[in-house]
Design a protein around this ligand. Structure first.
Ligand SMILES: CC(=O)N[C@H]1[C@@H](OP(=O)(O)O)O[C@H](CO)[C@@H](O)[C@@H]1O
Ligand SMILES: [Mg+2]
Length: 563
């Protein structure tokens, strides 16, 4: 590092002292904490983003300020790599160590050592670009400024503030920029709306049917009082009546971000979000989370004056997508000889996937693979396939298409003789449109929502019909506060605990008592808790199993009794 670089870093770092007595960790999806203690972390991750751009030959890197579904007073920061995916995991230890460096001198020493090890040019001769985005949290603006100062203290680095965005929009832009494609926010909306339109136009016309006359009625979307509300409004206008959409909890008329609203709340509590009630019975509803990268559907049911929901979670979105892709592929492959290219389809889930969904996907003849929790793991696995479909039960996921598959599709499209059955040509066009509609960088609630809507219209299915693809096994999730959650170490995609010793045997002994029982525990990577997940043949049994195992967690790891 030359003298100019060193003095720039020293000077700016001294304005961002780290919080005392807090150890921060990159976690499942970046750093998250109370916004008041994040200035220093975000400044330092700004430096990391600039270094990452230098390391990748000047590629555009994304830096997003969000704490997703967490409460409004929290915030966080995460990095998008040049592909638009999550920051490479090899850099997470460096992120942890710079975030926790006690003073500017040790920060600079860590940067120096890392730059030498990674061969990162710190002589100011190379340019670096970082795109910044933030959600609607009030703390976002000042944290973006901290990030800018971090980025600009690396000589040659430029920060471009893209303003308020959903997390997936920023990832999409990073990917598009690095591929030399159109990459503005307007381009994002254009691409989503035109590919949606294309899928609707390709719906087989029933006799006398009219595709512009949506047969499945309106959709009401709960936007978690977050950024998704304003972005969905833009999309709605672009779609120009093609989708009958009502936007609620947009955050524009009061209402607190993620408080009693949003995909995380709806999926975990299994209740309607605020602003939904008995008047919505029979209508298709959906919820986005605070930064619009998660999506779940539901319908309100009213019994004995109480409102509940039928939840259609990420597993069911995954199943709907998998079914549609499989159908289109089989139309396409009907005349392909066995020795020709056969695209491999992989479906990726985590241990939180409902057991009934895994069984259903297996029955469809699909290859199902499990990874640990966190999109970085699922996405990496899905990339190994020609078509990789991944979803977390909470509604975060997407479909990845390999370049090889898309090239083949394009070839196939070009070479299709005019005598080919129309339906085969349409299957090619549909798969092509899906690859443009569904975000190739990361799970995206807005693009996912449009794909669900297009497929439901294609099938002519109501939300209830979709929900009947299979019946979820009753499940329960609980959180347990413990003294030190890092004392829990797991293996086998987080389904088995290896530390502390003895707890897994106790969990197994409890689980065995319940028909169709399945239960696992793991430390959360975004909250200071240990999570318990249980499934069983009845709701009472799932609740009881979860409660018993939560008790075990407390016995083995609980908080010291207060004196
Ligand atoms: C059970 C659950 O929903 N876990 C979520 C949650 O991670 P935890 O490590 O479980 O806190 O937040 C992650 C980031 O949004 C998401 O990827 C993950 O699925
Ligand atoms: Mg989110």
């Amino acid at each position: 590092m030359n003298g100019q670089q060193q003095s720039m870093l020293l000077q700016s770092a001294s304005s961002f002292p780290p919080p005392k007595g807090t150890k921060l960790s990159y976690g499942t999806a970046g750093f998250r904490a109370d916004a008041s203690i994040l200035q220093s972390t975000v400044f330092r991750i700004g430096i990391l983003a600039a270094l990452r751009s230098l390391k990748t030959g000047g590629a555009v890197i994304g830096l997003m300020i969000t704490a997703s579904h967490n409460k409004v007073s929290d915030n966080g920061v995460k990095i998008a790599d040049p592909s638009g995916g999550m920051l490479t995991q090899d850099w997470e230890p460096f992120a942890d160590s710079i975030a926790n460096a006690p003073d500017p001198e040790s920060l600079i020493q860590l940067i120096n050592e890392f730059a030498t090890k990674e061969n990162i040019p710190l002589d100011g001769a190379k340019a670096a670009t970082v795109l910044l985005g933030r959600d609607t949290r009030p703390s976002g603006e000042s944290l973006v400024n901290a990030a800018k100062q971090g980025i600009c203290s690396v000589v040659g680095a430029v920060a471009t503030d893209m303003g308020i965005l959903t997390t997936p929009q920023l990832h999409w832009m990073v990917r598009a920029r690095n591929k030399g494609l159109k990459a503005s926010e307007l381009d994002y909306f254009e691409q989503l709306s035109s590919s949606f339109r294309c899928l609707i136009d390709l719906i087989p016309k029933k006799s006398g049917g009219d595709n512009n006359n949506n047969p499945i009625g309106k959709l009401i979307v709960d936007c978690a009082n977050g950024v998704g509300g304003q972005k969905l409004q833009v999309l709605k206008e672009k779609l120009n009546g093609l989708l009958h959409l009502e936007i609620r909890n947009s955050g524009e008329s009061g209402g607190i971000l993620n408080e009693g609203v949003g995909a995380d709340y709806v999926q975990k509590e299994k209740v309607p979000p605020q602003g939904f009630g008995s008047a919505d019975v029979g209508i298709r509803c959906a919820s986005l989370d605070g930064d619009a990268d998660r999506l779940v559907y539901f319908s309100v049911i009213s019994s004995n004056g109480k409102n509940k929901i039928n939840l259609v979670d990420g597993d069911k979105i995954l199943s709907l997508f998998a079914l549609f892709i499989k159908d289109q592929l089989s139309i396409l492959l009907s005349s392909v000889k066995n020795d020709e290219y056969q695209p491999r389809v992989g479906v990726v889930q985590t241990a939180y996937a409902n057991g009934a969904s895994t069984k259903y996907l297996g029955q469809l003849g699909l290859e199902v693979i499990f990874t640990p929790t966190g999109v970085k793991y699922l996405h990496g696995k899905a990339e190994e396939y020609d078509i990789g479909i991944y979803f977390e039960a909470n509604g975060h996921g997407t479909i990845l298409f390999s370049d090889r598959f898309l090239n083949w599709l394009e070839e196939d499209r070009k070479n299709e003789p005019s005598s080919t059955a129309k339906e085969k040509q349409n299957a090619v066009k549909r798969l092509w449109a899906v690859s443009r509609l569904i975000n190739q960088a990361v799970g995206d609630a807005l693009s996912g929502l449009l794909l669900v809507e297009a497929i439901l219209q294609h099938m002519g299915w109501s939300v209830d019909k979709w929900n009947q693809l299979y019946h979820d096994l009753p499940s329960r999730q609980l959180k347990v506060k413990v003294a030190d959650r890092s004392a829990v170490v797991t293996t086998y995609a987080e389904t088995s605990v290896v530390k502390p010793p003895g707890i897994q045997e106790a969990i197994n002994a409890t689980t065995e008592k319940y028909p169709q029982g399945r239960c696992f525990v793991r430390p959360s990577g975004t909250e200071d808790v240990v999570r318990v997940y249980a499934e069983a043949s009845t709701q009472e049994a799932a609740d009881e199993l979860a409660a018993s195992v939560a008790k075990l967690v407390d016995q083995f790891l609980g908080l010291p009794a207060s004196s």
